[in-house]
Design a protein around this ligand. Structure first.
Ligand code: CA
Length: 378
């Protein structure tokens, strides 16, 4: 399979080499050695802080894709440098760093900012909400982008969807989860609205940045955690600290990652650069999802065959109960502030139609595909 990250790196090398031939590289070098602002040359240099460890697979590559595409598509008129969590600010201070203008851009997941603007968490995922394709359709054709911008304006930021994980896994545990009672007293890392659901089921929800999670599992500060899916979870090494790996990720059926941009910095861009930034995010949004699709199964096989992980489905009656709790909680949360009401109502309405179509298209097709007929034998 194509390694998008490797490809980008190579393309970038080609770009820099090609530019050198054209005599532009000297200018680029000079620009980077000048103290900011280098705007007098018509070039801008932006910094992007992230909530991810530097070069973290899947999640972190979304940030790299955005930065790389913006820099290349603009011919270096706008260049973006990515900083991992903690390099400039701690992960969870990224939105403040961008909103206040300390840096121009950030990359993360919208539910991290629920303490600032509760409505932001609906933009990541709703428990039992939408698939990746449905969620992207909502952003692009269902009014999602406009509502997201309204929510992020509260934090002085412009918003772009910038990657999607697809359906996540349900989480890592060191005990069996057979019913909703097994969540009682469990200290579990689960962000966003899903975390609220297991809290209602009796769990204690602990939210920590990714970089601190394994140590917390080892010290017993948390009993269980969810992160993303096989690709990220294998790379992260979570199998070293937990035995059972449950599915599906009802709490994050298709989490949208985000690129947030300081509003003043965004407004300072001309139309061409704005279009480039938007396009770079559209690319990242698709490539991240494709990367997860391409990598998850191989990673799952490694987890099972090399690391003896016990992969299990959540029982249907547990999912039914979590679904019921989700419905009640979302109804309550959506009534708590006008923006939550607006975004939640829009998603729930869109989900209704999407669910009907998906039910007789993707759902019946994937079921048909799984019938036990003999397919092409290789
Ligand atoms: Ca997750």
């Amino acid at each position: 399979m194509v390694d998008f990250k490797g490809e980008l790196t190579m393309e970038r090398r080609k770009f820099i080499k090609g530019a050198g031939v054209a005599g532009v590289a000297a200018g680029a070098v000079a620009a980077s050695s000048f103290p900011k602002p280098a705007i007098s040359q018509g070039r801008k240099e932006w910094s992007m802080v992230t909530t991810w460890p530097k070069n973290f697979p899947g999640l972190g590559t979304g940030a790299e894709i955005v930065a790389d595409y913006i820099t290349r598509m603009s011919g270096g008129r706008l260049s973006v440098k990515v900083y991992g969590a903690g390099e400039i600010v701690p992960a969870f201070e990224s939105i403040d760093a961008v909103g206040s203008g300390t840096v121009e851009m950030g990359h993360g997941a919208p539910y991290y900012w629920k303490g600032k603007v509760p409505a932001s968490q609906y933009l990541a995922a709703m428990p039992f909400g939408m698939t990746a394709q449905e969620q992207n359709a909502w952003y692009q054709y269902g009014g999602g982008q406009e509502i997201a911008d309204e929510i992020y304006a509260e934090m002085n930021c412009k918003f772009f969807p910038s990657g999607n994980t697809g359906v996540q896994m349900g989480g890592w545990f060191n005990k069996e989860i057979n019913g909703v009672d097994d969540f009682k007293g469990l200290k579990m890392r689960m962000p966003g609205l899903g975390g609220e659901v297991i809290k209602a089921a009796g769990a204690t929800v602990v939210n920590l940045p990714g970089g601190e999670l394994l140590a917390a599992m080892q010290t017993g500060a948390i009993d269980a955690m969810e992160w993303v899916g096989p690709y990220n979870d294998l790379a992260f090494g979570i199998y070293k600290v937990a035995k059972y790996y449950y599915y599906p990720g009802w709490h994050e059926p298709a989490t949208t990652l985000e690129n947030f941009i300081n509003l003043d910095a965004w407004n300072s861009l001309d139309d061409e650069l704005k279009t480039i930034v938007q396009a770079a995010n559209t690319v990242a949004n698709q490539l991240v999802l494709s990367e997860f699709m391409a990598r998850n199964n191989d990673s799952l096989q490694k987890l099972v065959n090399e690391h003896n992980v016990d992969v299990r489905p959540y029982p249907d009656d547990l999912l039914q109960e979590l679904g019921r709790i989700s419905g009640e909680l979302m109804t309550e949360f959506m009534s708590q502030d006008p923006l939550s009401k607006k975004v939640g109502t829009s998603i729930v309405n869109f989900r209704k139609g999407a669910l009907e179509w998906t039910k007789l298209s993707e759902q019946t097709f994937t079921a048909a595909r799984s019938l036990p007929f003999k397919y092409v034998q290789l």
